[in-house]
Design a protein around this ligand. Sequence first.
Ligand SMILES: NC(=O)c1ccc[n+]([C@@H]2O[C@H](COP(=O)([O-])OP(=O)(O)OC[C@H]3O[C@@H](n4cnc5c(N)ncnc54)[C@H](OP(=O)(O)O)[C@@H]3O)[C@@H](O)[C@H]2O)c1
Length: 298
Amino acid sequence: MRWIRRLAWGGILGGGTYWLARYFRPQHSTLVLNEKVVLITGASSGIGRALAFAFARRAAKIVLVARDRERLEAVQREIEPYTSDVLVIPADIANDAQLQQVVSQTLERFGRIDVLVNNAGLTHGGRLQQQDPARIEQLIRLNLWSVIRLTQLVVPHMLDNNHGYILNIGSGLGRVAMPLFAPYVASKYGLAGFTDALRRELDRTGIHLTLALPGWTLTDMIPPETEDVIERYGFHIDHPDDVAERAVLALVRGQNELILGGALPKWGVWAERYAPFLVRLYWRWQMTPEWIATMDKL
Ligand SMILES: NC(=O)c1ccc[n+]([C@@H]2O[C@H](COP(=O)([O-])OP(=O)(O)OC[C@H]3O[C@@H](n4cnc5c(N)ncnc54)[C@H](OP(=O)(O)O)[C@@H]3O)[C@@H](O)[C@H]2O)c1
């Protein structure tokens, strides 16, 4: 009996020490953003716009990409006081030819891409059988295919320069499978897997990947009439500026992954990994008619 107790205490102490050492370890990075060329997709609104501000405040040169030229130019005017150079490229990044244009125009102007931020994305909720197949295809193409393809186009240039940083904006739903969002969840799980696999593939090449997993964030993605219900069910809604600031800090610190959205998503990720039955019970309890009707609006 005594040796079992010793073993248990040894495990607790060893585990505790390891956790504390990891938690308090100093985080270093070689990334100084001043004058770095940062390409941001989906930069015309929400988290992308906030990221443009966060990078511009650190004096990076910014390339803003989205479809709507006018909204991009509005962001350009807003961030110009902070940064020496902003390039606006209106493009549909679900289109291969336009993606190639984005990369070639950026290289023509700046000669390099130091940081790639894959942020553009769309969501829609509802039961799978009620979702429009064309919209599912559009979602997968934007949230997953365009990220893989743009990264594929940019990585060779980063390899030539022996350095590069990639910030992928995933979602908490890329680590926790939430019902009523199956295609979106698939795209974000795909993005998380892509990031993990590519990080291993590019190990020791000087290219670093950070995956940020936002929780609910106050952007055009969340219709105002759904905010109340989301908060009443215990979720925290973040401001895009906070999400962007924390994502940039994680990138600069060389963090692999950042879970945002407060305590609930963090517990969710832990439970999904180690006790998925708890998540199943949680969602069984959460799927009230009110919740289902609210998610239909997204
Ligand atoms: N808001 C949330 O609660 C939340 C939570 C977790 C994760 N996220 C993730 O955060 C990222 C940003 O979302 P957000 O909430 O900031 O959304 P948002 O405000 O709707 O912004 C989406 C951005 O993507 C651009 N975009 C859409 N389709 C595009 C296309 N085909 N080609 C190029 N750009 C395109 C939009 O501009 P145009 O329409 O002008 O093209 C816009 O700039 C997404 O990946 C999303 O999945 C959001």
